[in-house]
Every structure is written in C-alpha cells, then in structure tokens.
Design a protein around this ligand. Structure first.
Ligand SMILES: Cc1ncc(COP(=O)(O)O)c(C=O)c1O
Length: 381
C-alpha cells in the first residue's frame, strides 16, 4: 500500500453517485445520509451541475489570479445575494481550513492582536492556525500549539467576558452549529450576547459556517436565526458539492491591500462553475425552504424511535443521541442496511447530513432501516 494511512476506511468501493444514492462496484445501492461530511448539498452528480462543469472544462479550466476572472464576480454576487450579506466582500480559496486561516489573518491584520477565543468541542480544520483553534489535543502538535488560544464553554459567557475585558483578543470564532463536536447549537442567546460583547470590547467575531452553512439548517447560515451579522464568515463543504472550494465573507470595514491574501487555485474557473451551479440550483429548487421542511418531518419521524434519547440540530444537520456507543450500529447501517451516516467526537451521537434534496420517501426508508438495524443490534448480542 502506497498511501499514508491516516483514515479509518470502510471497505466499500463507491463508483457512482446519483441524487441521494451511491452505488458500489457490485452495483449495490446505498442511501447517503452523510453527504461525505456535509459536502453534498444539491445531491450527487446533479445533471445541471455536471453539464455546467463539462461546458467549463471545454472552454478553460485554469488561469492564475493575475487576470480578470468574471466568473468569480458572478459567484460572489450570487452568494452575497442569496445569503443576504449584500454589502460584504468575498475572498475565494480552496478548503475550510484555508478559509479559517484567512479569516484569522484578516482579523489580525486589522487589529494587530493575536489571541483567539474558541470553544470547547470545536473543529476548524487542520492547517496551523485552524488546528490551533480546534479543541482536540490528540491532533495538535507542539508546532501548532504556539498560537495564543483560549477555549471556553458556551455557557461560560460571563467568564469569556472577563477575558474580553483585557482588550487583547484578536477574534472570537465559533461554528454556526458545532458539527464534529456532536451537533451542538450555541443558541440565539449566545450569539446575541457574543455579538454585543465583541462590539463592546473591540474584538472581531468570526462565524465558521463551513458545515452548518449553505442552507443546511433551513437558513442560509445557521446563525441567521439570531439576527446578528458577524464580521467574517467562513464557508466551504456544500459550496462546491464536491468540487474543492472555500470562501471568506468579509465586512466592508476590512480594507484589502495588494498581496494581503492570495492563492494559486482559489477561484479558478472550474471551482467558480461548480460554486455558481450549486447556488443556482439551491435557488431554483428552493432547497433552503425544503431543508427546513424536511428537517421538521425528519425530527417528527425520529421521535418514534425510543432508543434515541435526544435529537439535536436543525433542518438537515441533525444529531441522534443514543445512550450507548454507536459504532456497532453505524457498521450495521452501512453493511446490512446500505445506509451511510456519520459519527462525531461524542461516541454516542450519530450525525445526519444528507443532501438538501432528500424527500419524505427517503426519510421513511431511513426510519425503517434504523429500526431494523436497532433490532439486529439488540438481538445479535
Ligand atoms: C466546522 C468546520 N470547519 C472547518 C473544517 C475544515 O474544512 P476542510 O476539511 O475543508 O479544511 C471542517 C471540516 O470538517 C468543519 O466541519
């Protein structure tokens, strides 16, 4: 084997994806309720998306950011319109970690400070700055831990205020809803409070909507139920439906200068074509509204299952809390029921992040398959 072995791999070879279905090399069909870590927003190989990328490949795939690329402007204006951040600006990059890295840089360029406040259970990516604000000691090296970072519990907002009072914090960063941490919604009270504290103590507020954004929660961004407008928002995952693309949405008070940020691949023609297609499909197929509607139906159906002790999240970003470790259940769901779901840092939580195109019939099938898997788990001891 030639690959550096860092992933725990399920022994299934997927060769085709269509809508919410995946097919392996033996033509077995699977239901995708995980979207490959929340990446598949508009469904696998959506025909409009595929056609647009094909057409773009035939025209031009890449040139550097030293020339005008009108597709970047089109993507940015569509994104700001749909997300209702019309007066903000967009910086395009390639991944979630890179988006967060750039967000921190923009904040630090502005106020010349370096301390970052992040939250327990957070995940922000694996590049140096992004991993330093991730609450997982196991994956942080000595090199990454040089950054000045303080972690707080969401409920300890008053302790956090004591820290902010020192006025030496560059930025506060939070996920819209924590994903890998186990679907933890900081809540409206928290967002309103942190927003006003950041203004009061002259600190920049960064919202990482990389997993919780792009319509998944029934709003374009998860934080938008609180009415706040953070200074900077980071995006990736659902943005390209599998094509690597990330972005930073930036308040106009931050002024760019030549060379301030940069990337070779960020904003290339193919990435823009995928990004524009995703947004047009989200808009034309009313996928944000559908995510909200399907989320409600999903939550109601899940309430039938006694083994689920708590349902977390909103829309199509859901966490199912069982009172036992779920790894065996996940294996049964994949191998016996041909259903993909996700796990999290919390070993008792199943994470559901299906494409925003799921329909009621898929939810019914999910419930049936979960019931069968739980029955099998109980009777297989
Ligand atoms: C909330 C959040 N931020 C950042 C990242 C990092 O994104 P990427 O893997 O594209 O670098 C992830 C990835 O899972 C994430 O869930």
């Amino acid at each position: 084997m030639n690959l550096f072995n860092v992933y725990s791999i399920v022994d299934i070879e997927i060769i085709k994806g269509r809508g919410i279905y995946l097919y392996d090399n033996k033509n077995q069909k699977y239901f995708d309720f995980y979207g490959g870590h929340a990446v598949i927003s508009i469904g696998h190989s959506h025909p409009t998306y595929v056609n647009n990328i094909k057409k773009q490949i035939e025209k031009i795939c890449f040139y550097s950011n030293s020339i005008k690329i009108p597709e970047q402007e089109k993507l940015a204006s569509l994104l700001l319109e749909i997300s209702e951040y019309n007066d903000y600006k967009v910086f395009l990059c390639n991944s979630g970690a890179e988006a967060n890295e750039n967000a921190i840089k923009i904040a630090s360029f502005k106020n010349k400070k370096k301390k970052i406040i992040a939250f327990k259970n957070s995940f922000h990516g694996r590049t140096s700055g992004a991993i330093s604000i991730t609450d997982n000691k196991k994956i942080i090296t000595k090199f990454n831990s040089q950054h000045e970072v303080k972690f707080f519990n969401y409920k300890d907002i008053y302790l956090l205020e004591e820290e902010l009072k020192k006025e030496d914090t560059c930025a506060v960063i939070s996920e819209g809803i924590q994903g890998i941490g186990g679907i933890i919604d900081p809540g409206i009270f928290f967002f309103k409070k942190i927003y006003s504290l950041c203004i009061k103590y002259n600190t920049i507020l960064i919202l990482d909507e990389i997993q919780s954004g792009y319509g998944r929660t029934g709003l374009f961004f998860a934080h938008q139920n609180s009415g706040i407008k953070p200074d900077i928002i980071t995006i990736a995952k659902g943005m390209g439906n599998g094509f690597p693309i990330g972005g930073v949405i930036i308040n106009p008070k931050f002024k760019p200068f030549n060379g301030m940020l940069g990337t070779t691949f960020g904003g290339n023609y193919l990435a823009c074509s995928s990004g524009i297609s995703v947004l047009e499909i989200i808009k034309n197929e009313c996928l944000i509204y559908k995510a909200k509607k399907m989320g409600k139906i999903f939550i109601n159906s899940l309430k039938e299952i006694d083994e689920i002790k708590e349902i977390r999240g909103r829309g199509l970003m859901l966490g199912l809390n069982f009172n036992f470790k779920i790894q065996k259940l996940i294996n049964i769901l994949i191998k016996k029921e041909n259903l993909f779901v996700g796990s999290s840092f919390n070993k008792k939580i199943i994470r559901l992040l299906p494409p925003l195109t799921i329909e009621e019939k898929h939810i019914k099938t999910f419930i049936l398959k979960l019931k069968k898997a739980l029955y099998f788990l109980k009777n297989d001891k």
